[in-house]
Design a protein around this ligand. Structure first.
Ligand code: AMP
Length: 406
């Protein structure tokens, strides 16, 4: 199977081939014919599966040429994802006469307004800024023929569903709608009933299991030593680039500041940083200016950063799905990656929930040469569910040794 067999527009096939992609991924193979055939779609594929091209290629083919009104609207939960999807559309449309634009919050209105006034065929947007422009009368959605709601469960998490509904209300009823969500909680299910008509349901790459190319390890540690262990791990590990995830924005700032004090080339990314700071952090991390990116879960979903060699969870994610998303930042496209998770006694239940979710037990490691304070976790098997504070004092069952150097 190659891209020529689908009946995609020639220029789009040329665009995707010039990206070096010759074979469609499974979601592309299923979604492209269905979208070209005019069906609504409900896809439960995650990012990393080639989902963007699965909707961008057929939609560009259907659009065919530059028109007067916005004809295709793509809603994304975060600014980074919106930027990434805009770039993907532009890449695939490089031999094609279609205008693509993006609007996102956190930056000035002027340039975006100008772009809208010049006219675009495809608009990629985050819901908040789109509504601002709609209220101002700068955006007209009456010409929408194709609507893509991407990462809808993420939009739900971020409290955007009311905005999404307001946007959908302004789109013509006669349209084709593509809907992507990794999970389907009841709020989302009711939304699908409202926005989709007889959709084709495609569930691909619903990956509970992280990529097989990722090596996992859990590092139990006493609370007071978390930062020291992070430092020791960074010192002992030959990493190319590492993302350190924290549970909160405050903790991300704190960890980044301490690493900076110690002269690590570090950038920090979370929702309270300005758009220019976030873009600079991401760009600097991609180009290698920063070797360490400290981030909250804002960065965990969907960002396509090539060659992240290590992910370190400074805090254990509270939702097991987020573990899979976080470590999905490494081991992409068959590259190898390592995922380390530091955890304290308070986080043991969250660790066990992750292991149940991914259906594998993650090896516990101790870093050789690190001066450990005692923690009850060293005899974890003696700790009952929900009882992380109790436990014995043996060190049995531990595999010592730093990870192998690459
Ligand atoms: P996505 O799931 O859309 O975030 O895509 C994940 C990565 O796969 C991106 O870097 C895409 O550019 C890349 N990609 C998309 N389609 C293909 C393909 N058919 N073959 C190889 N890589 C692809």
């Amino acid at each position: 199977m190659d891209f020529q067999n689908f009946g995609l527009h020639e220029a789009v096939v040329h665009g995707v081939q010039s990206m070096g992609y010759s074979e469609p991924t499974p979601i592309q193979a299923r979604a492209i014919p269905s979208v070209l055939g005019g069906r609504d779609l409900m896809g439960s594929a995650q990012t990393g599966t080639g989902k963007t091209a699965a909707f961008a290629l057929p939609l560009l083919s259907l659009l065919k040429s530059h028109g007067k009104k916005i004809r295709c609207l793509v809603l994304e939960p975060t600014r980074e994802l919106a930027a990434q999807v805009e770039i993907a559309f532009k890449d695939y449309a490089r031999f094609f006469d279609v205008e693509i634009g993006m609007i996102q919050g956190g930056v000035g209105f002027g340039a975006q307004k100008q772009m809208l006034q010049n006219g675009v065929d495809v608009l990629v947007a985050t819901p908040g800024r789109l509504l601002d422009f709609m209220e101002e009368g700068v955006v007209d959605l009456s010409g929408i023929e194709y609507l893509v709601l991407d990462e809808v469960d993420r939009m739900l998490d971020m409290g955007f569903l009311p905005q999404v509904r307001r946007v959908v209300e302004k789109c013509p009823k006669q349209r084709q709608t593509l809907f992507f969500s990794a999970t389907l909680p009841p709020e989302i299910e009711s939304l699908t009933k409202w926005v989709l008509k007889d959709p084709e349901i495609i569930s691909i790459g619903e990956r509970r299991s992280p990529a097989e190319t990722v090596t996992h390890a859990l590092y139990p540690v006493a609370k007071d030593q978390k930062f020291d262990l992070l430092l020791a791990l960074l010192e002992k590990t030959q990493y190319h680039s590492v993302i350190v995830f924290t549970a909160t924005k405050v903790m991300a700032d704190r960890v980044a500041a301490r690493l900076l004090d110690l002269k690590h080339p570090v950038a920090c990314m979370h929702a309270d940083r300005s758009q220019s700071e976030r873009s600079e952090a991401l760009e600097g991390f991609k180009t290698g200016k920063y070797e360490v990116l400290v981030a909250t879960d804002v960065a965990a979903r969907g960002l396509d950063i090539a060659s992240v060699s290590h992910v370190i969870n400074f805090d254990v994610p509270g939702h097991p799905e987020d573990y899979v998303h976080r470590i999905g930042r490494t081991g992409r496209a068959q590259q190898e990656g390592d995922a380390f998770t530091l955890f304290t006694a308070e986080e043991l239940d969250a660790v066990r929930a992750i292991e149940r979710y991914i259906n594998m037990s993650i090896p516990r490691q101790k870093l050789e040469g690190f001066n450990y304070l005692y923690t009850a976790l060293f005899n974890e098997s003696a700790i009952p569910q929900g009882g992380a504070a109790r436990g014995g004092r043996t060190l049995k069952g531990y595999s010592f040794g730093a990870r192998k150097k690459k």
